[in-house]
Ligand binder design. Structure first.
Ligand SMILES: [Zn+2]
Length: 715
């Protein structure tokens, strides 16, 4: 069936889409014992052609059920719902990362950041006067608050609460709140971008505390917002591009109040903001990482399959053009630039955490496993190395190939001038310094999700404990024990006061062939297709245990759009060359908060010798025995290593800006002797080569040409 979708109320949608709405065509293999359909209950798939890119997404059609806050009509029901913040207690390495964060940059940022000066901040003054009234404090508090709630750390919660109490006191009678200067800061017009962050702060506080002042406060603000002219949503640069964030808040608030003006407001925002519904509208890293999802978020309101497909299409186009290397990010060292798509280009730390947040949101809206897979990809492989192992410094740009982190200017190799790669806790990385806060806390809140069919889902695997209602409202507790992603088994233990029937949805990542699930030691005959949710629907009893095995294998990927370089994965983990790291302190601004350059102390210019018939066989997997290190994201602690054969490529050097030379076409000739090299998880490698040239011996192998990257790429 081919038809044109005409969407009421949406302008400029002239696209023809081919839709296949065959019943259950997007569903799992069926007909096996002990299986129900996933909560997503896919009604069909939509295939759409966007800018020459064929995109197919499953369209969720879950029951409008669940024991937590479900979308209310006329909004589209969600397959998965967030559990109240605090229901999930993270354990294992994830908890350790959160504790490092609490004792590091996020927890102690007020020692460093003038924007967090409570006495001077216009976010904290009752009449909205004062200084520092833009995004910095909200960026920080957005994650700082959730960090406290997730860790149940009363000191953090109290400190965040001080700000929240102050913000609640800034509201005017007409509903506007916060810094008054924002009302006219865009050439006389309002800049409401920072408010989108504060809305999120208050949403989290409400989800954690149930504070009954929050809903009336947000309603009053949104009434004020709804009274603004349409141009409010197309003002400026950041607000116009990022207003999709406020659409999520409109729906969140609607589901808790039933106030229909919020749906009209969401529509007005969508109609007037930058039109991500038509494709990519802006090439700024962070704008992309949060803006691309806007049509997918709006799908909840429109119900138009095309909107959900557009988010996938935006993502796909971005990755196709600029994400042709491992790590889950893309080449956007401020903006994506034509001619700058080599793995030496950088991905901003703000972009990393915003991408994670976008993927987590789309997982709940769509029920599509791909978004959870993508969350893990960037969380495991790019995020940890954006920070120092102690969380007391970060850098602006993380690159798949990045062999030296010095403080010197790298422009125009990368777009921004000045310090971009060395680690610092200071305002040289002002946005990331504050915004990094929500990466792990939000992630920890999304490990387990409530489902529309009154069950639970594991979206992201991590050691954790969850307390949640299932079935007819019975409260149960699951303890999840695992060293995932460094081990391939996950064990669940159930505690329940009485037997209860409910479905348990277990994510089977796209890379996980032959996943196995046992309940009380007995293999379950459930469909476990890679890229799906396996569903265990049964009467559960106290003490039941579930064992999930997601067999991890070496996989090798070739990147034709980046000179046929290759990268290697073991399960969800991408591996990088282990380069000896020489950490050198610089500056002396604050002895408690050192800055570091990291310089290579071993060779890095290797090409891989691959088994031509079976590249995967080129790697020997070496697993460390014993308990997992508290922080596995340190080179010395790497729980898994891969050993491989390689030869050096002497002509491959850093250029005059000390940026790793660009890739050249593989296969590459080398007359150097073969060596055994060690690869470690990318997230543990602060220096790394992740996109490798391949050594060749045939007539097609080319010689590497020295110094070509000193010539400037065309802009
Ligand atoms: Zn940033």
């Amino acid at each position: 069936m081919r038809r044109t979708l005409v969407l009421a109320g949406l302008c400029v949608l002239q696209m023809t889409v081919a839709i296949a709405l065959a019943q259950n065509s997007g569903a799992r293999p069926g007909g096996v014992e002990n299986q129900t359909q996933s909560a997503a209950q896919f009604a069909g798939k939509i295939a759409t052609n966007v800018n020459g890119l064929e995109v197919t997404v499953p369209i969720p059609h879950p029951p409008r059920g669940g024991l937590y806050v479900q979308s209310h009509a006329p909004l589209v029901a969600a397959p998965f719902m967030k559990l109240p913040i605090g229901a999930i207690t993270p354990r294992g390495w994830l908890r350790h990362q959160l504790e490092l964060e609490a004792n590091g940059m996020t927890g102690r940022l007020k020692e460093l950041s003038p924007w967090l000066d409570f006495e001077k901040s216009s976010w904290a003054s009752p009449d909205g006067s004062g200084k520092f009234g833009w995004e910095e404090m909200p960026y920080w508090l957005k994650g700082f608050g959730d960090l406290g709630y997730v860790l149940k750390d009363q000191a953090l919660i109290a400190e965040g609460r001080k700000w929240i109490e102050a913000i609640l006191k800034t509201q005017r009678d007409d509903g506007y709140y916060g810094p008054r200067m924002l009302l006219t800061s865009l050439q006389g017009k309002p800049d409401l971008w920072p408010h989108m962050l504060v809305n999120n702060i208050l949403q989290s506080w409400y989800e954690y505390s149930g504070d009954d002042r929050v809903i009336p406060f947000l309603l009053k603000y949104h009434r004020w917002l709804n009274a603004q002219p349409p141009s409010t949503f197309s003002n400026g640069y950041w607000p116009r591009i990022r207003f999709g964030d406020n659409i999520e808040t409109c729906f969140w608030l609607y589901n808790r109040t039933g106030e229909s003006f919020l749906l009209e407001l969401a529509q007005r925002i969508y109609d007037n903001m930058a039109p991500w519904r038509n494709g990519i509208v802006n090439w700024h890293n962070v704008n992309l990482a949060q803006g691309f999802r806007a049509p997918g978020v709006f799908f909840t309101g429109s119900g138009a399959p095309r909107d959900l497909a557009q988010a996938e299409a935006n993502y796909r186009q971005l990755i196709d053009m600029y994400g042709q290397f491992p790590g889950g990010g893309f080449a956007g060292d401020e903006n994506c630039r034509p001619g700058f798509s080599d793995p030496r280009q950088g991905f901003e730390t703000c972009g990393i955490v915003e991408f994670m947040h976008s993927f987590e949101m789309l997982t709940k809206i769509s029920g599509d496993v791909r978004w959870a897979d993508r969350t893990e990809d960037i969380a495991f492989n790019s995020f940890p190395a954006a920070l120092t192992p102690d969380w007391k410094g970060l850098h602006y740009l993380t690159c798949a190939n990045q062999v030296q982190l010095d403080k010197n200017n790298k422009a125009p190799d990368i777009e921004n001038g000045g310090t971009m790669m060395s680690y610092s806790p200071f305002e040289v990385y002002r946005c990331c310094q504050h915004n990094v806060s929500h990466g792990w806390p939000y992630y920890a809140e999304e490990l387990w999700l409530a489902t529309a069919d009154n069950g639970l889902a594991i979206s992201l695997y991590s050691a954790s404990e969850v307390v949640a209602k299932v079935g007819q409202g019975t409260e149960i507790r699951f303890v999840e024990e695992t060293d995932y992603p460094f081990r391939d088994t996950i064990k669940l233990k159930l505690a329940t006061a009485k037997s209860v029937t409910f479905p348990l949805h277990l994510r089977i990542p796209a890379w996980a062939e032959d996943a196995q699930i046992k309940v009380n030691g007995k293999r379950q005959m459930v469909a476990t297709a890679p890229g799906s949710f396996a569903v265990l629907s049964r009467e559960w009893k106290n003490g039941d245990d579930v064992a999930i095995k997601l067999p991890m294998r070496v996989s090798v990927r070739t990147w034709p759009k980046n000179e046929n370089a290759v990268s290697v994965n073991y399960g969800p983990l991408t591996f990088s060359l282990k380069i000896a790291e020489n950490w050198e302190k610089y500056g002396n601004r604050n002895p408690n908060w050192p800055e570091y350059e990291v310089l290579p102390a071993s060779p890095w210019n290797y090409g891989l010798e691959l088994n031509p018939r079976n590249p995967e066989k080129s790697f020997k997997v070496v697993k460390k025995s014993g308990p997992l290190a508290e922080n596995p994201f340190i080179a010395a602690n790497a729980p898994i290593e891969l050993h491989a054969k390689a030869r050096r490529i002497p002509e491959w050097q850093m250029d005059k800006l000390n940026v790793v030379g660009k890739l050249q076409p593989s296969p590459v000739k080398s007359d150097q002797s073969t060596e055994t090299i060690t690869l470690i998880p990318m997230g543990a490698a602060r220096l790394r080569i992740t996109s490798f040239p391949v050594i060749g011996h045939g007539t097609d192998a080319r010689k590497w040409v020295a110094n070509t990257t000193d010539s400037k790429a065309k802009n």
